[in-house]
Design a protein around this ligand. Sequence first.
Ligand code: BG6
Length: 491
Amino acid sequence: MANKIATRCDIMLFGALGDLAQRKLFPALYQLERAGLLAHGSRILGLARRELSTDDVRKALRERLKQHVKPEEFDSSVVEAFLQRVEYQILDFNDEAGFGVLNSWRDEENSELIVYLASPPAMYGVIARNLRSASCCTEKTRVVVEKPIGHDLESSRVINDELGEVYRESQLFRIDHYLGKETVQNLIALRFANNLFASQWDQNHISHVEITVAESVGIEGRWGYFDKAGQIRDMIQNHMLQLLCLIAMDPPSDLSADSIRDEKVKVLKALRRITPDMMETYVVRGQYTAGTSTGKPVPGYLEEEGANKRSETETFVALKVEIDNWRWSGVPFYIRTGKRLPEKLSQIIIHFKPAPHYIFDPDQKHLANNKLIIRLQPDEGMSLKILTKDQGLHKGMRLRQGPLELTFSEAFESERIPDAYERLLWEIMKGNQYLFVRRDEVEHAWHWVDRIIQNWSDGGDPPKRYAAGTWGPVASIAMITRDGRSWYEDA
Ligand code: BG6
């Protein structure tokens, strides 16, 4: 991260004792402290219902930081300095009168206010109204909200309207944590800083694109939330569509938030709607059964703790997505994401078309397509598969496919890769919205996804089973094979 300290901030953290705050936000803030990026005098007020003192919270936080920060990055003196910034206030988020107490903590003259709603989205409206009644916020206050923004277009509009009643769009920072990942931001650099790719990035040169976000974990005790969402709401509506937009969007005229978001919205509007007759060939949904994960036996989705044994919620989705515009006409984007797949792996593969006229040994023609493999996680980096001549006198003009390789941890050895939340929190402190999702993006994404969900509920087949530890239902392989292609690891 560039070494520019943000302005002094007061951060009100609603839901400070919850999983997100404890596992992600506090460790990320600690890392900002360690990097010297928290301005002198910046403070954090944790808010939750539990009756605890500031000392209790600091003590518990010290332990949580030990769990969530790598030992070599845990520096006791930095931890203590960081904990001094943290205070705690008991607050019932429904209690309008209780919000008055926040005013006595706030230092309006000397710092910016950031309100971070790490609470269930159903609470966003009431918290916003109570903050308004208590006159806690000004027009400069920044308000951070987490996904899921609703469970469909209609409910997302309700939440956005409630927030919009109190705050202007320029004050709202809607998080999709994938946008904070270093490698995801690199997509912008890769595409728009390299003319080499800019001139090749369309239907004349690319045959198809694959996006895979695989997780080896299952539901991790989140059955209650996940069963209502499923993989399509949990991952496709947000992270996967954001990745697709960054690959497919036209060059923005500059790096400002609205220029980037305008281009993403154009892609979302151009997504071909998936009608009932397309479901069979464009959509696969799956649910895992018992199997093995990283060598250990694991239960199926319906056997997880707290499971409704008859649930038809999907834990895997594969889609063939068409973008109806000049750049991408005829170039399918195959996207898939699932829980309990063989490994944690997020990658994008750009498959280029073969050269227009082939002059080499015909039995090597299958090697002819260049591929750009962008590894988002783990082993962040990219690899461009190109053809070269096989070395040696006796090899004639035999070809060989090899990689031009860039592994970030090797190339930029001294730079640690920051967690997505570190980047996002830091951008919020600086007031930059370009890594956050605008209201119309959320709504266009819902509009497209709702149609698929509707098709399922109008009588689609139940999810297809796949054993934990495999790459999803065979139907996902059939979906891409039907087009004469294969998922990259099957190639
Ligand atoms: C979250 C989803 O948004 O992203 C989780 O709710 C998922 O279900 C997680 O596990 C994946 O994020 P990451 O950063 O681990 O790839």
